[in-house]
Design a protein around this ligand. Structure first.
Ligand code: NAP
Ligand code: MG
Length: 482
């Protein structure tokens, strides 16, 4: 069944309206509660159409200095001394405003970054609000989070985030920082700055004291200036392992606290006794959610040999039904690849998979002519040494291998420099526990995949990073304990 015969028989286009949204042509930096004129600018485009959406600032040294200074002033003068209960009120207010503006934020997120509206509407933005609500609750209860210890705020936090979950990563960073009494300078990624800037507008509306959160836009250089600024007390970074390593080198010996959330190459392990239709849904969600631009994506599938052929056939049939196209269409399962650069990287790695001898299969999806797109793809006959098995593709591409015994599955799954997440599918609880506990990964899902909750810590081992975000563990990254 081809994608299009299914579609033409199934769904009429259902585009979400973009009429109600308010995007300015040009944005400045949000520093000290004011919009400070940007001295240089760049544009952000819609990756589904390549149309320019808006201009944003490109912050240099002067702007970073001003933002850190504003954050310091707000920390010393207001936020660092405010009671937890008062801070909590602001966080609740922010959470409620996010809920009120959820539709607009979801549409802008999908326009700026290419993710399907179904995901930005049902996953990203609700989780953004949930993170603020959750941390609002902690703001006046921090002493209970650390029994026998006395928590205190750290100071000014420099936060640098990637383009795959722009507003959600902003929430993961800002909410715990504020709950714990710190002030923030945030730099969003250059391809997806708009929802962070909309958040800045929302923070103004929430009456957050000036300088408590500052948003400066720009590229990697801007991020570097921020993390290297001497008056930043803590660096929180989510992004590539390569940049994470550079940041670790730059903070070494400075006394700065840091957390790094980096890449991943998660193993999703399916045993022959698993509920296979459910497993297929989990595999699809694991690798095709957000075009595979997910650090914890289930990008390596391990299938027990006895069911490999039938499972791959089921998976291919299911993949043919995935609707690729307009991110703003409510039927869309797979939106646009975030940028031309990312598309080039995906193509390079896929070519490498072909050259190294893996067997490629892709769906019959018809791709739009403009914009950046990639068909849902899988590779069979993969070897552990293949680059598509070792390296993060960060796109809708699954590498499949087989195994015979749980021991073999564990060994293969752990044969990676990463360790962010994993999944185990089996009808037997004991097997799930045994295999799940043996995986060297920060998060392991059992008979599900890609589930997120603010109460649950997230983070990695080895090259996937240092520190946890979310839950009580995540709070620990934003306090000093005595
Ligand atoms: P990236 O190049 O590392 O960029 C991440 C952020 O760092 C962006 O804001 C980027 O700015 C900035 N940046 C770039 N160079 C910098 C430098 N030298 N110093 C300070 N900041 C710098 O990663 P990406 O390509 O945007 O994102 C994809 C990667 O992030 C993937 O490898 C993925 O696994 C990882 N990721 C991890 C998690 C997690 O929680 N573990 C979550 C999401 C993504 P510009 O983009 O503006 O250049
Ligand atoms: Mg963009």
């Amino acid at each position: 069944m081809s994608n299009h015969s299914f579609l033409s028989g199934g769904f009429a286009p259902a585009p979400e309206s973009a009429d109600h949204i308010d995007i300015k042509q040009s944005y400045d930096h949000f520093i000290g509660g004011k919009w400070v004129k940007a001295s240089a600018r760049r544009t952000t485009i819609n990756p589904a159409t390549e149309a320019v959406i808006a201009e944003v600032g490109e912050a240099g040294k002067r702007e970073i200095n001003a933002a850190v200074k504003a954050a310091r002033k707000a920390y010393d003068g207001v936020w660092g001394q405010m009671s937890g209960a008062e801070r909590g009120k602001y966080l609740y207010r922010i959470a409620r405003l996010i809920q009120e503006r959820a539709r607009e934020l979801a549409v802008i997120e999908s326009m700026d970054g290419g993710k399907p509206i179904r995901e930005s509407r049902d996953i990203d933005i609700p989780l953004v609000a949930a993170h603020f609500f959750y941390h609002a609750g902690w703001a006046d209860k921090l002493e209970y989070a650390f029994p026998g210890r006395t928590p205190s705020s750290i100071g000014v936090v420099g936060q640098v985030i990637p383009w795959n979950f722009p507003l959600l990563m902003a929430a993961w960073k800002i909410a715990p920082a504020l709950a714990c009494g710190n002030t923030v300078v945030l730099k969003p990624a250059e391809t997806t700055p708009l929802t962070a800037l909309k958040l800045a507008e929302l923070l103004e509306d929430a009456g957050l004291p000036p300088g408590v959160v500052n948003v400066v836009t720009g590229g990697g250089e801007t991020g570097k200036l921020l993390v290297e600024h001497p008056d930043v007390d803590k660096v929180a970074f989510t992004g590539s392992t390569e940049v994470g390593k550079a940041i670790r080198r730059s903070v070494a010996g400075t006394g700065k606290r840091f957390t790094l959330e980096l890449g991943g190459k998660a193993a999703n392990i399916v045993f022959e006794d698993a509920a296979l239709n459910q497993a297929v849904e989990g595999i699809v969600n694991g690798i095709f959610f957000n075009q595979g631009h997910v650090c914890c994506a289930g990008s390596r599938l391990f299938v027990q040999e006895s069911i490999a052929d039938s499972l791959v056939r089921k998976l291919q049939k299911r993949m043919e039904t995935l609707v690729v196209g307009d991110p703003l269409d409510k039927n869309t399962d797979i939106g646009a690849i975030n940028s031309k650069e990312q598309l080039t990287r995906i193509k390079e790695l896929v070519k490498c998979g072909d050259e190294e001898g893996a067997c490629r299969w892709e769906t019959g999806a018809k791709l739009p002519r403009k914009g950046f797109w990639f068909k849902p793809t899988l590779f069979t006959d993969c070897a552990q040494s293949h680059r598509i098995v070792q390296e993060e593709i960060f796109g809708p591409v699954l590498a499949i291998q087989t195994f015979r015994t749980p021991k073999e599955a564990i060994e293969k799954a752990n044969n990676t420099p990463y360790g962010l997440s994993g999944g185990v599918w089996s009808d037997k609880g004991s097997k799930v526990f045994k295999v799940g506990s043996a995986l060297r990964a920060g998060v392991v899902w059992a008979n599900t995949f890609n589930k997120f909750d603010p109460t649950s810590p997230f983070g990695g081992y080895q090259e996937s990073g240092i520190g946890r975000e979310g839950g009580v563990h995540g709070l620990g990254a934003y306090v000093n304990l005595s």
